[in-house]
Design a binder for this molecule. Structure first.
Ligand SMILES: [Zn+2]
Length: 340
């Protein structure tokens, strides 16, 4: 049922300690169906270990590719995290539409689907920027009532609540990794006049192509076809026509590559850096930080921190410039690596 990872995927050591549990989520639910097991059993078996040598957190038991593929074939054909950056998936209209669908499925006693709609509703509410106390209070009450399927409360309050949904929080799933803060930071570190090519790996809709949109900068998306709980295909069609989609870099020398919230999906991170990204001058890496997020999800093979990224950068011939940069008050940190 599980593939056993015998040693650290970054440094090769077998020494590990500190076990970190997984949170229940949509993927643990899918896996319980696919592997025909209790969700608790899945979560326990997929718990995370921290390498004593390089600090990388990884899973000792991992899922075979055929099970992962089943998720995308049978359960979730798209990458919701990427598509959520499209404007139509956030806001008052979408919220009202979800409430109506939730009501429909709940009345039909189709709890699998009503729960799905509930999760989407929570995601919108928790990603809403609005900081006013009347919103925060009503949101809390609303979520609490929805968890317990108190439909009457939802019906009475959803319109009021929908009017308070303004814009998505910065760095939430609905915003991606672009901001004035990131642009200001990059301005200090690089001179765009020196950059002639920029590429991204990961989700094509999360990134920072706009910042690098200068007439002299060629833009690429590297579609490495990673099947590890990852699927870029459906998001690709929304990418600007200016961006050339390529399978590998080959001999193209690229000045700057952005890897935003993607490293934790790679089973063999060294292969990517030693092969695909061998000729890259600068890397911008954004990772979820466990000390900030306080959690790991079961669909993420690994979790990275300053220590493991330092180890990686030495191993592949880069230096991390500056301290890791925490993005606003989010759970993400940005690291810039330069080739030496
Ligand atoms: Zn290690």
């Amino acid at each position: 049922m599980f593939k056993i990872i015998k040693k650290c995927p970054l440094c090769g050591s077998k020494k590990k300690s500190k076990i970190i549990k997984n949170n229940k989520n949509i993927y643990s639910y899918f896996l319980s169906k696919i592997l025909n097991s209790d969700e608790k059993f899945i979560l326990k078996n997929m718990q995370n270990y921290k390498c004593d040598i390089c600090g990388l957190i990884y899973k000792k038991k991992w899922i075979y590719p055929k099970s992962v593929e089943k998720i995308y074939n049978d359960f979730q054909p798209r990458h919701p995290g990427g598509l959520n950056t499209l404007k139509k998936n956030f806001g008052k209209k979408k919220f009202i539409e979800l409430i109506k669908k939730y009501k429909y499925f709940l009345n039909k006693k189709n709890y699998e689907f009503s729960d799905r709609k509930k999760r989407e509703i929570f995601k919108i509410l928790n990603s809403t920027q609005n900081k006013r106390s009347n919103f925060i209070k009503l949101k809390k009450k609303f979520i609490h009532n929805l968890i317990n399927d108190r439909l009457d409360f939802a019906i009475r309050n959803y319109l009021t609540l929908s009017n308070m949904i303004d814009k998505p929080k910065i760095y939430s799933q609905f915003s991606g990794f672009r901001s004035d803060e990131i642009s200001d930071y990059l301005n200090k570190i690089i001179n765009l006049d020196d950059i002639s090519s920029y590429a991204e790996i990961g989700c094509p809709l999360w990134g920072n192509y706009n910042y690098f949109k200068k007439p002299w900068i060629k833009q690429y998306f590297i579609n490495i076809d990673e099947k590890n709980f990852w699927k870029a295909e459906n998001c690709l069609k929304y990418l600007s026509k200016r961006v050339k989609i390529i399978k590998r870099l080959n001999k193209n020398k690229i000045d700057f590559v952005g890897i935003y919230n993607f490293l934790d999906h790679l089973e063999n991170p060294l292969k990517l850096f030693n092969k695909e990204l061998k000729n890259v001058e600068n890397l911008a890496i954004i990772c979820e930080d466990i000390n900030l997020s306080k959690k790991i999800d079961c669909q993420h093979f690994s979790s990275w921190n300053h220590k493991s990224l330092l180890f990686l950068s030495k191993k592949i011939g880069y230096t991390i410039i500056d301290k890791p940069f925490r993005l606003s008050n989010s759970i993400f940190k940005l690291y810039i690596l330069k080739k030496y």
